[in-house]
Design a protein around this ligand. Structure first.
Ligand SMILES: Cc1cc2nc3c(=O)[nH]c(=O)nc-3n(C[C@H](O)[C@H](O)[C@H](O)COP(=O)(O)O)c2cc1C
Length: 171
């Protein structure tokens, strides 16, 4: 994989808010889900479940309190954390569910970008609606929704980022 351009992939991943209704092929979705499966997690607990939501009514209910642009995405992945499964650091009890799920979500977003599929992290959603639509049990927490679909606009927005000198410190 000498010529794999990881930074180029990071540049191409952006929060997509313009989706076409083109279907995502099963193999493409499977590749994206494999990336989630490969994510690291504390003590390899893998404290997650990924619910694939394609039904339009369910997507609408899930995203009712999110940006309307996400409704056009043909697939929504709901990333759900399992607090009882996650590693809790013995020294202070810190629950690592959110960290683990976040890594897997970003694997999904990067893998989607690699496949030419648009994605967006969505944490601004109606948690109760998500619990209802996904029929979650008490131990399951919906952490992020990820609308997935082919972008209707090919332009990649400029990255608005703090300069490196502002975020790096040499200790
Ligand atoms: C944890 C998290 C939650 C986010 N929640 C939302 C959201 O609810 N709605 C939304 O439109 N974007 C959401 N975003 C996307 C951010 O706004 C976006 O990542 C940031 O502005 C940088 O832009 P970029 O992803 O295009 O590089 C979220 C991103 C992260 C990492």
């Amino acid at each position: 994989m000498e010529d794999f351009d990881f930074i180029g992939l990071c540049e191409r991943r952006y929060s997509c808010r313009n989706y076409s209704d083109l279907k995502i092929e099963k193999e493409t979705l499977d590749t994206i889900l494999r990336a989630a499966q490969l994510a690291p997690s504390a003590c390899n607990r893998q404290p997650w479940r990924f619910y694939i939501v394609e039904d339009a009514d369910k997507r609408a209910e899930l995203l009712a309190k999110s940006k309307p642009a996400f409704l056009a995405a043909p697939v929504v992945i709901a990333a759900v954390g399992l607090h009882d499964v996650a590693w809790h650091r013995p020294s202070d009890g810190k629950d690592h569910t959110d960290i683990d799920v976040a890594i897997a979500v970003e694997h999904i977003c990067l893998a989607a970008a690699d496949q030419g599929v648009g994605s967006c992290w969505v944490c601004s959603f109606d948690v109760e609606a998500a619990r209802r639509v996904l029929k979650l049990t008490e131990g399951e927490e919906p952490i992020a929704l990820i609308p997935l679909g082919y972008p209707s606009d090919a332009a990649i927005p400029n990255k608005d980022r703090k300069p490196l000198h502002e975020i790096i410190r040499h200790a």
